[in-house]
Write a protein that binds this ligand. Structure first.
Ligand code: MG
Length: 262
């Protein structure tokens, strides 16, 4: 069931989204060679608690998971796509690209955001992969308005990614299909699914007051991913890198409003 948020809820989601963006940009500043993924997670939880909010992912148990997620921040390096588990022994290296994905609960309501960040100097191929994925998110946001559908978002992202193929000799840009964006607000994952591919005009209609997270996950090579034995981390099957960007947005009568912004 798609939950339309009230104006009071939207006000709280705006506040929470501001907190989240501010915290994630601070974590981004910490990303550097020699830092462990656990260091980033510890910092994320500290920053969330300092503003009186609650980490959304810590102890969250998605359907089908054997154990709850053990951290506040998902940290996914290079060929890891999403849901990487922080670890004190996992040290960032110059040239890595790292997806940092964070959710928080503010006054009972959830927002969700992700960035992919370079560790020091990265290759032109990695830089391009991150730029293309970030732009894909914006392309999706641009068509996320009342009267359009979830399919219009997926179609716009898919068309954009296809247009970028061939511009990069090293990559074919696979769009991850088994993971998608989602409704968000009263829970961290709500209806509807918001896939990063699709047919224009298909799927649920977007109406004012809907709050959704759009999150393209774009691979340098094949779209195919596999789940690691930790039960959470998805990685690409061809070991090529992946990038991920996400915003929580509000559907309005006109253009959508990004809630996860400063
Ligand atoms: Mg999400």
């Amino acid at each position: 069931m798609i939950i339309i948020k009230t104006s009071q809820e939207i006000e709280i989601l705006r506040e929470g989204g501001k907190h989240l963006a501010s915290i994630l940009y601070k974590i981004k500043e910490k990303v550097a060679p020699g830092v462990s993924t656990k260091d980033l997670d510890t910092y994320a939880e500290k920053l969330i608690r300092e503003v009186g909010d609650t980490p959304a992912f810590l102890n969250y148990r998605p359907a089908g998971a054997r154990v709850p997620f053990p951290a506040s921040l998902c940290v996914s390096i290079n060929d890891e796509v999403v849901h990487g588990i922080p670890n004190a022994k996992r040290i960032l290296k110059e040239g890595d690209i790292v997806s940092i994905d964070l959710g928080l609960k503010h006054k009972g309501l959830f927002t969700d955001m992700a960035l992919t960040v370079p560790v020091g100097h990265v290759s032109a191929v990695n830089q391009k992969l991150m730029e293309v994925t970030k732009e894909a998110l914006q392309v999706g946001i641009d068509v996320a308005c009342a009267g359009n559908t979830v399919g219009d978002i997926g179609h716009a992202i898919e068309s954009f990614i296809h247009s970028q193929r061939g511009k990069n000799k090293n990559g074919q840009y696979g769009i991850v299909e088994v993971l998608s964006g989602h409704g968000v607000g009263r829970a961290i994952h709500e209806d509807p699914y918001v896939p990063n591919f699709g047919k224009a005009g298909k799927g649920e209609k977007l109406v004012p007051g809907m709050v959704i997270a759009i999150e393209p996950m774009i691979n340098e090579g094949t779209k195919n991913v596999t789940l690691k034995s930790d039960g959470y981390t998805f990685r690409t099957v061809d070991a090529k890198n992946s990038a991920h960007f996400e915003h929580t947005i509000l559907i309005t009568e006109r253009e959508s409003e990004i809630l996860t912004k400063l």
